[in-house]
Design a protein around this ligand. Structure first.
Ligand code: C2E
Ligand code: MG
Ligand code: MG
Length: 534
């Protein structure tokens, strides 16, 4: 250790090390051979961790020969391993070596970059953001405060832009920018880094709760209703938050913020997530699963199971719902709840959904004539233009009549792109296919959806069926949905019936069909004949 670490001699002044660590700018001491003998906290953060023992050239690559010249020159320009340029000032050499203090060049550039504003919103642009971040990282306040970034993505902005036009979209972005300004302090940096993507550098963060408070406030403020040219508009914001850790670069910080943002979106949008170390691993895991999913169709790893549904007036099996299973060679059987969302995110659902339709129709064509097959169709499939054509060709190829096919959709289908979806639903209906609304009661459950399209069947989600004790809230909801369906002329299926008590309760309501483990678990196609003969 160098003499710089010598404790204070008078017992009153703080130790020199404490003073140096309190400095905002990096200070490094070298011995006469150019080996680092000391680095204050700021230097460790900026120059890549514990650098004591490294050579001048390790710390400033490309400056191999420069140490002697540099030290005698007094003032030099140096580039760090993180490609940040500094103005370096050498002190007078002593018996033990020479000290170097660093001022980031970016600090000078920052003001120019920051001055360049995004035309529409007046916010800082990406260059300005980078400059600001570099500067913030180069001058850690040394007072226990954390540099924090909030990566923000607007939810449903594209829909507004597409349906109400760019004029309204632009207006919306301006209002969003205003709301961000009102949530932030004057010295925070708000940047627009993409069409509907923003990054905020928050200053003066003492602990995690400071960052959480701003993130929650952003989600709340941006999510409030807007009135734009007479249109009432609702969007949301997803926010990923990352706080600087020792040795992080600006790039790490933004990457961590993006990972957290990705998690916020995956968790359902309209919320914030703080970066956690495990997120890298979780992402890697998902990427691997995605690669496997791409190959699963070709490797024939998917299989359809079939679960019977029963008509309550006759107690006979009316048909089966096709439920996909993925037989993964390493992970075993993966539930659709775990891979359908990934298939939807990646667009793979189109091919998988087509396979499901074709296989289900082929299998159902071998069943007794009166039996129907129900197929789940993802909202993503509804957005494509060739769903109707796929259905038509699946029926033609299998020889199954359209009357024996039921399509199950969730309410999510009707939230975006309603006109296109309604057109598709009517086209399917015109073919003679029955349409069911699945999982009713769990999503938005807007009654207006029931008004927009005359569904043949409502399937009440199992959470209401299983929790329907006599006189409880769920029983009341069950009763109300069933009554509503009946008066609208729809059949009502109670999902998830597991016990005879639940079945009795369902019979008391006006449900027409039942589906659940009690009347039959999902089974492979080759188990159906035996099941029906029982
Ligand atoms: P869903 O369409 O509501 O299907 C019913 C789910 O409830 C099935 O889960 C079924 O196994 C389960 N279930 C049935 N009876 C009972 C019961 O008595 N108790 C309990 N606890 N559960 C019961 P599964 O097969 O894991 O499918 C989950 C969801 O994945 C389905 O919900 C559906 O939304 C989706 N899904 C399944 N197959 C496909 C497919 O081929 N395409 C698409 N797009 N989605 C699918
Ligand atoms: Mg279903
Ligand atoms: Mg369901």
């Amino acid at each position: 250790m160098s003499s710089l670490n010598r404790p204070a001699s008078d017992g009153v002044s703080p130790p020199l090390d404490t003073v140096l660590n309190g400095l905002a700018h990096p200070v490094v001491a070298f011995d006469h051979d150019g080996e680092v003998t000391y680095a204050n906290s700021s230097a460790q953060v900026r120059l890549g961790g514990w650098i004591v023992g490294l050579s001048f050239a390790d710390v400033f690559p490309g400056h191999e020969m420069a140490f002697d010249r540099a030290a005698s020159a007094g003032e030099v320009t140096l580039t760090s391993r993180a490609h940040v340029q500094y103005r370096g000032l050498f002190g007078a050499p002593s018996a033990t070596g020479v000290a170097l203090s660093l001022l980031p060049e970016e600090a000078a550039d920052a003001s120019t970059a920051l001055a360049e504003a995004d035309e529409l919103t007046g916010l800082v642009k990406r260059n300005g953001l980078n400059a600001r971040l570099e500067a913030a990282l180069a001058f850690p306040a040394g007072d226990g405060k954390w540099v924090t970034v909030h990566c923000i993505d607007l939810d449903r902005f594209k829909v507004i832009n597409d349906t109400l036009g760019h004029g309204v979209g632009d207006l919306l972005l301006k209002k969003v920018a205003d709301r961000m300004r009102s949530a932030c302090r004057k010295d925070d940096c708000i940047a627009r880094v993409g069409g509907d993507e923003f990054v905020i550098v928050q200053n003066g963060v003492v602990d995690r709760s400071d960052a959480e408070r701003l993130a929650a406030r952003l989600v709340d403020l941006i999510g409030r209703t807007y009135v734009l040219n007479g249109h009432t508009v609702n969007i949301g914001a997803s926010v990923g938050v990352a706080m600087i850790e020792r040795g992080n670069s600006a790039r790490d910080l933004l990457r961590n913020g993006d990972l957290a943002l990705y998690e916020a979106k995956r968790a359902g949008r309209g919320r914030f997530r703080m970066f956690e170390t495990g997120m890298d691993a979780a992402l890697r895991d998902r990427r691997e699963l995605e690669i496997d999913l791409r190959r699963a169709l070709a490797l024939k790893q998917f299989e359809l199971y079939y679960q019977p549904f029963v008509d309550l007036s006759t107690d006979t099996v009316m048909g089966f719902e096709a439920l996909i299973r993925w037989n993964h060679p390493v992970r075993g059987r993966i539930s659709p709840a775990d891979f359908i969302p990934l298939a939807e995110e990646t667009g793979l659902i189109a091919k998988i959904g087509e396979w499901v339709l074709r296989s289900a129709c082929m299998t159902a064509a071998t069943w007794p004539d009166e039996m129907t097959v129900a197929v789940n169709i993802s909202p993503v499939q509804f957005k494509s233009d060739n769903l109707v054509a796929t259905v038509v060709s699946s029926l033609a190829h299998s020889g199954l009549s359209a009357q024996r096919l039921e399509v199950e959709i969730t309410e999510g289908v009707l939230i975006e792109n309603t006109d296109h979806v309604l057109k598709t639903l009517h086209a399917l209906r015109d073919l003679g296919i029955k349409i069911s609304m699945d999982d009713f009661g769990t999503g938005y459950s807007s009654l207006s959806y029931l008004q927009k399209f005359p569904f043949n069947k409502l399937k009440i989600d199992r959470s209401f069926v299983q929790g329907a004790e006599a006189g409880g809230d769920n029983e009341a909801i069950l009763k109300a949905i069933a009554g509503l369906g009946v008066s609208l002329g729809m059949a009502i299926t109670a999902e998830g019936v597991e016990t005879s008590e639940q079945l009795d309760r369902i019979r008391d309501e006006q449900c027409t069909h039942v589906q659940g483990y009690f009347t039959g678990r999902p089974m492979p196609a080759d188990g159906i004949a035996a099941f029906l003969s029982r």
